[in-house]
Design a protein around this ligand. Structure first.
Ligand SMILES: Cc1cc2nc3c(=O)[nH]c(=O)nc-3n(C[C@H](O)[C@H](O)[C@H](O)COP(=O)(O)OP(=O)(O)OC[C@H]3O[C@@H](n4cnc5c(N)ncnc54)[C@H](O)[C@@H]3O)c2cc1C
Length: 289
């Protein structure tokens, strides 16, 4: 699989990892859990830089919100009691849906985002949470909105940089707030045909004060359904409005046909999952339609 790989490095610091990446040029590749790198088996790779010993495996509070190190595994997120309290546990729910137990023990959050699959399960909840990513280059550090990270399938704005951590600001809280993550896959452990995440806040009269909706596997990159959000913001929620929001989100999608599903099926399931996610948010917010 990696017959042409000449070196496997295990640096102990971010600085050393970046030096090795720089030295290896286009033929060097970061490896975290390896669950994407191994199956992709790019024949151009000559050196692998293992980043699992850089001290980037953590889940901690930061500025009222959360910071999650890039090499934190899906299993660690899935079993994090602390993250279950964040936004109704939508990130925990997404991590729990990633592949099999064995896969989740290896697969990292940073790898899920850096791999830039439109179907990455953690992308939609993190877009709803308006997450940022911290990235490191040899001579600079910066943060960027997660929504700016994804460029096209398999391509991010990272270039040769290392994704260091994922930063989640304090989300809306309170009695009338609800969250939901929805995934449709062919089998329990397969990647998403469609996934959606949503967060919503209503007032006592059922008027939507705040809403975020994100879609996965229905466009070249995971994305926010901004027209659907605009449609329901400031309006009194009822079943018909949620149905319209699902239809609006489906219009914002631009799915493809591949071996897993047709574009038409994905668009239709996008409509269904968005409506389902919003209905679950409303229910969890304690409001009856
Ligand atoms: C059988 C199977 C089932 C799967 N099911 C799902 C699923 O249900 N849902 C889902 O979302 N995914 C699924 N995946 C995809 C994969 O497991 C995830 O995307 C995983 O989170 C990738 O993380 P990793 O640590 O293994 O990444 P790696 O394979 O180590 O790396 C992936 C890519 O990201 C780069 N990279 C990794 N970490 C960083 C970093 N910190 N900074 C910069 N670049 C980095 C690597 O160079 C590589 O290009 C599945 C994969 C397989 C093989």
């Amino acid at each position: 699989m990696f017959d042409l790989v000449e070196a496997f490095h295990r640096p102990a610091s971010i600085r050393e990892a970046l030096r090795l990446l720089h030295a290896g040029g286009r033929r060097a590749r970061i490896v975290a859990g390896g669950t994407d790198v191994v199956v992709q088996a790019d024949p151009d790779i000559r050196s692998l830089v293992d980043i699992t010993r850089l001290g980037l495996t953590y889940i901690r509070r930061a500025g009222g919100g959360w910071a999650i190190g890039a090499t934190t595994t899906m299993a660690e997120i899935e079993h994090s009691a602390a993250l279950r309290t964040l936004a109704g546990g939508i990130l925990v729910a997404a991590a729990k849906e990633c592949g099999s137990v064995q896969l989740r023990n290896m697969a990292t959050l940073g790898g899920n985002l850096a791999n830039a699959s439109p179907a990455a399960d953690t992308a939609a909840p993190l877009l709803v949470l308006e997450a940022q990513v911290a990235i490191a280059r040899e001579r600079s550090r910066r943060k960027m909105a997660l929504s700016d990270l994804f460029l096209k399938p398999g391509e991010t704005a990272l270039g040769r940089a290392l994704l260091v951590e994922i930063l989640i600001p304090v989300p809306p809280r309170g009695a009338r707030t609800g969250w939901s993550f929805q995934k449709l896959g062919r089998t329990e452990s397969d990647i998403s045909l469609v996934n959606t995440a949503a967060g919503l806040q209503v007032d006592a009269k059922g008027v939507c004060k705040w809403v975020r909706i994100a879609l996965g596997a229905v466009a070249p990159v995971p994305l926010r359904a901004r027209a659907a959000e605009a449609l329901i913001t400031g309006r009194k929620l009822d079943s018909s409005l949620l149905e319209q929001a699902g239809e609006e989100a489906a219009r914002e999608a631009s799915p493809i046909t591949d071996l897993r599903a047709t574009a038409g099926y994905r668009r239709e399931m996008c409509r269904v999952l968005v409506k389902r996610a919003l209905a679950e948010c409303v229910e969890r917010a304690g409001y009856s339609l």
